[in-house]
Design a protein around this ligand. Sequence first.
Ligand SMILES: [Zn+2]
Length: 425
Amino acid sequence: MRSSPKYEFAPLYSSFHRRYMIELRSAGEFKHSLPSVMPVTYKSESDPDYQCLEQYLKAGAFGSLPDAWIHQAQHDLMALQETLQKLVKNTPWLPKGIQEELSTFRAIELPTKYDSPLNFRLLNNLIVRIKAAAARIGLDVESFPHYSSIPTRQVNACAVNLPGASRPFLLFDSQLFLFCHLFAKAFSRCLPVTEAGEMVSLSTDIEKVREHVQSTPDVLERLIDVLNAYVTTDSPSNAKQYHLEGDYVDIVTIIRDGMELFVVAHEFGHVYAGHLSQLLAGTRLHTLPLESGTESHRQEYEADLIGLLLTLHAMNDSGYDAGLSYIGIDLFFASLDMAAQYAHLIAGGDDETFKSPSSDSHPSNQERRNFLNSMIEHIVSPIEQAESARTLSSHYKVIASYLWSEVRRQTHHFTGLALKAAEAQ
Ligand SMILES: [Zn+2]
């Protein structure tokens, strides 16, 4: 009899163990009426490393695979293509390039049978950008780790050495990217548009943000909805879907890309810094952290620093300065803390007793955020760019904390109403 392999679980961050579910749920609902498309092929059928990963996944080494059926449904490319065409039709605000890419979705090679074509494509695009940035600053990308998206809802992201595989793997629970997207969308809509049209301007002036949030209740409702779906149902996809106004498309892209690139770059950072190679000779399935306490924290900071550097370069390649590129990185930690704080709040806690989650393996989100903030001036030049990144992030910090105070107030209001209704019965 085969026993489950032993492994250490290494999340990207210290969380309260909430996971996500994929947004695309309807792949199986469509009739197969499109002309045939080229089939999906799997690296696990020809490459022993991917075969090894697939076996570990199947054996539950990374937890059960509750989302696997959704991913399997997407492997029917005819159904997927029809779903994507419907998606494009229903979301006219999507940038042209993305619309075209989605409508011409065809043959694809996936790492394993547990990858989703959509999520793997998303991950692959991020990897391409990080790899290009790494090559440009002279890092060795010849032996870039393997990577794959996995539907476990248990692993958010990790770097891992699989016994039997020749290279490390970077694994990403695709639901993490969904959360980044939905948070970036809800957060952005809290900023008022001060100039629309060709040149869109959004204000980060706290007074204007306050006015906008108070006069447009919908924006805060959407933010609460995504936090609530994430915290109470494990699935941000349970948040209500809504239309994104065209003026926000750019800022959502900037924030989301910063968040997602950082997630990928952080994991690559662990491999690049040699945190895993110290263990290559081992026979157990090793994931980070290697040790608890200070050494493990040091490695997280190290991976964060490499993540920061690569993300800034990758964003720069897309035409964004350090200030804009840094927003998503900073908000990534802010979003995790906001979700943790929401969980704390609805469990009856208050702000005074809330602590940014930390563990033996990971420093708190707040500590990681402070660390990166202190590093900005050492890695960004000219100095004006570094200053602009810090100034912008301090504005966003004020906005995030104001939004949190509103989230708390409204949640108390609704919880109070619910209690009153229950008492009245
Ligand atoms: Zn890490």
